[in-house]
Design a protein around this ligand. Sequence first.
Ligand code: PLP
Length: 389
Amino acid sequence: MKLASRMNNLGTETAFEVLVKARALEAKGRDIIHLEVGEPDFATPENVVNAAVEALHKGATKYTPSAGIPELRAAIAKRVSETRGIHVNPDQVVVTPGAKPIMFFLILALVDAGDEVVTPNPGFPIYESMVRFTGGIPRFYRLREENNFRFDPDEFRTLVNEKTKLIILNSPQNPTGGVLEESDLKEIAELATKYDIPVLADEIYWQILYDGEYKSIASLPGMQERTIILDGFSKSYAMTGWRLGFGVMNETLAPHITRLMTNSNSCTSALTQWAGVEALNGPQESVKKMQQAFRERRDVIVEGMNAIPGFRCTMPRGAFYVFPNIMGTGWGSRKMADYILNEAGVACLSGTSFGEYGEGYLRFSYANSLENIHKALGRIREAVEKIQD
Ligand code: PLP
């Protein structure tokens, strides 16, 4: 079968490939610790599960409006208004199966062949994949370890011009755990306003922030109109498998993104949407508990990474990833990730899964138990010490 040529430009997310490799080793009887996928190990809160079961019994088994049920759009509008310091109405919300489709739809809707998109590197791989899929040209701004994985403003400025169709930012970041400062957001806002460019703000990790108050670029003067906030339930409510996310955007754009939903999924699963209503309107203790557990694990994994010869690890300010620099080992990232999987039985990702500036780094998700994190650290250390003997 001959594929359409556009398929040559579509990338992927390596985490899923490493997961397959790790599962294959497990099938052969190996004990593997999974630090590759960005998935909270906690169960979805009980009240959310119960709400979904109840909704099923009440008949939430049909199609819903493509943009989502009014109750969920209203709950999202309220929550985003309260937490981002902006006013959002339900018409500005489009509910999707996971947050990923928002980046897919938005890039499809805004980027033509030859358009430039300014996007982070290392960064979530789907941004680049989708930009290339549309024939767009990614212009990468480098997130620098020496700057706590923030970008260099002078470098950033050189990338934005009349050809820029979209700026993408992600904070807290996958894969680095870095967080942009208000001054960074102001820098982006100034350029976006000057050249009249929309901004995709991937805020999926906003609730996993270890210090300070969350600041959305949408709250800066004049920015709400041009910002598309991407957020969802996968990370904050441990709901990766439910597939529930959303975008918040201006009223002119929302019907177009909704049309992409109608053309692809029709709608997000009805029972999942009712679970989302409960997640937002019900008690929030479980979110706080998860945040606390992530903080504890972060401290353990950073200390452990820094004790591995040739590794150097900065303290992440958000999300649940560490991105240690492994250049001191003299090994490349991919080789080291494979070695750690095969030798130590710990699955992690090569920094290059997140772009060329990820060379020299590995990404570990610490969304795993403290016990497993301790065990993984011991095994990695032992394996790395072996190559240095
Ligand atoms: N954005 C970032 C930065 C992510 O890391 C992820 C998931 O790993 C997503 C978006 C998508 O999340 P989901 O589609 O599960 O809601």
